[in-house]
Design a protein around this ligand. Structure first.
Ligand code: SAH
Length: 326
C-alpha cells in the first residue's frame, strides 16, 4: 500500500498504519505536529482543492485514508451538510476520484454522516468507481479501551472483502473485550496546571462526567476540552466515588440552609477543591486514543492546542483494526 492521507491532522491514520507517503492538511499547527512525528513523510500544508488529478498521479499512491471535517454533520451543529462550505473540498475530491487509480480507501467521520446528502454522494461515487465497501459504527470501548468515541467508518476496495475478517469486528453495540481501568493510563500529575478552575467548579460541578482510577470508561474528548464542560470529555478525581458522593450531598444541604451567599461560596469552594478535580493531560488522552508513547508534540504547541488537535483526531486502534480489512 502506498497511502495518501487527506485531512491528515496530527496523523492518527498514519499512526495506525505507517505506510503514508504523502499527507495534506490546511492547519499549520496540525502539520507541525505531523512533521514532528513523521519527518520523512511528504506533508503538504495546503488545501485539498489544490490537488489536481495530475498532482495526485505523480504521488504514485494507490490508497487514500481520510477524515473530512465533521462539523457539517455533528448532531449539535447546524447540519448544513452539502451546503456547509467545509464539505466543499470533500465534494471536490469525490469529483476527481473516478479519474484516479485508487485501489483502497478508508474514511472516518462523526455519527450523523451516514444520514447526510454528502454520504449519498460518497456511496454513489464508490459504486461508480467499482468499489466494494463496508460501513461501521464503532467505538474504542467495544475493543477493550476505556474511552467512548463512536464514529462512522467506511472501508472500500476493488476486490471483495473477506467476510470472516469483517465478522471479527464488533457488530452493532457488541463489546468484544471489556475495557481496562483508567489507572493504566494515568500520569503522576504534580502541578496544578490541570486543575479545574474554581469558576468551573462552582458553576458546572453538576455537569462533570466524573471518572475514577478504577473506572473503565471515559467519554469522548472533543476539541473544546479544557474550555467547556458539557459533553467535552471526562473529569478525573483521585478520590473515591463514596468521597465524591459525600461532598455532593453536603453541597446540596448547603444550598438548602439559610447561609449568607459569601459564606456559602466559601464552603462550596472548599468542598469542591477537596475532590482535586482535574482535566486529563494530553498524554493521557493520547493513551486513551491509542497513540504510542513515542508520539509527541513539539514544545511550541500549547496545551490548549493539543486538546483541540486530539479532539479532531481518531482512535488509532479502531482504525488499525479496520485497516486489516484492506
Ligand atoms: N484524522 C486527523 C484529523 C482530521 S480532522 C487526525 O488524526 O488528526 C479534519 C482536518 O481537516 C483538520 O485538521 C482540518 O485542518 C483539515 N481540513 C479541513 N478542510 C481542509 C481542506 N480544504 N484542505 C485540507 N485540509 C483541510
Amino acid at each position: 500500500m502506498k497511502i495518501l492521507e487527506l485531512y491528515s491532522g496530527i496523523g492518527g491514520m498514519h499512526t495506525a498504519f505507517k505506510k503514508v507517503v504523502c499527507a495534506i492538511d490546511i492547519n499549520p499547527t496540525a502539520n507541525k505536529v505531523y512533521a514532528h512525528n513523521f519527518p520523512t513523510t511528504n506533508s503538504i500544508n495546503g488545501n485539498i482543492e489544490g490537488l489536481t488529478v495530475n498532482k495526485i498521479k505523480k504521488m504514485n499512491i494507490d490508497t487514500v485514508f481520510m477524515s473530512p471535517p465533521c462539523q457539517p454533520f455533528t448532531q449539535l451543529g447546524l447540519q448544513l451538510d452539502i451546503h456547509d462550505p467545509r464539505t466543499k473540498s470533500f465534494i471536490y475530491f469525490l469529483g476527481i476520484l473516478p479519474e484516479l487509480d485508487i485501489k483502497r480507501l478508508l474514511l472516518e467521520n462523526v455519527r450523523g454522516f451516514e444520514l447526510s446528502e454528502v454520504h449519498n454522494m460518497f456511496i454513489t461515487t464508490l459504486k461508480k468507481c467499482g468499489f466494494h465497501y463496508k460501513e461501521f459504527m464503532l467505538s474504542p470501548n467495544q475493543l477493550g479501551e476505556p474511552n467512548r468515541r463512536r464514529r462512522y467508518y467506511c472501508v472500500a476496495k476493488k476486490e471483495p472483502f473477506d467476510e470472516a475478517t469483517v465478522a471479527n469486528l464488533p457488530q452493532n453495540d457488541e463489546i468484544i473485550q471489556d475495557p481496562y481501568t483508567l489507572e493504566k493510563i494515568l500520569e503522576d500529575v504534580t502541578t496544578d496546571e490541570y486543575n479545574v478552575p474554581i469558576k468551573m467548579l462552582l458553576n458546572k460541578s453538576k455537569l462533570f462526567d466524573i471518572v475514577y482510577k478504577d473506572s473503565n470508561r471515559s467519554c469522548c474528548f472533543t476539541k473544546s476540552y479544557g474550555r467547556y464542560i458539557e459533553g467535552s470529555g471526562s473529569i478525573f478525581t483521585p478520590k473515591t466515588m463514596a468521597e465524591v458522593d459525600d461532598v455532593y450531598e453536603r453541597l446540596n444541604e448547603n444550598t438548602q440552609d439559610e447561609i449568607d451567599p459569601e459564606t456559602r461560596i466559601k464552603i462550596e469552594t472548599e468542598l469542591l477543591k477537596s475532590l482535586q478535580f482535574r482535566f486529563f493531560t494530553s498524554r493521557e488522552i493520547c493513551r486513551l486514543m491509542c497513540f504510542p508513547e513515542e508520539f509527541g508534540f513539539p514544545a511550541s504547541v500549547t496545551n490548549r492546542q493539543r486538546y483541540t488537535l486530539l479532539g479532531n483526531s481518531i482512535n488509532c486502534k479502531v482504525v488499525a483494526e479496520l485497516m486489516k480489512l484492506l
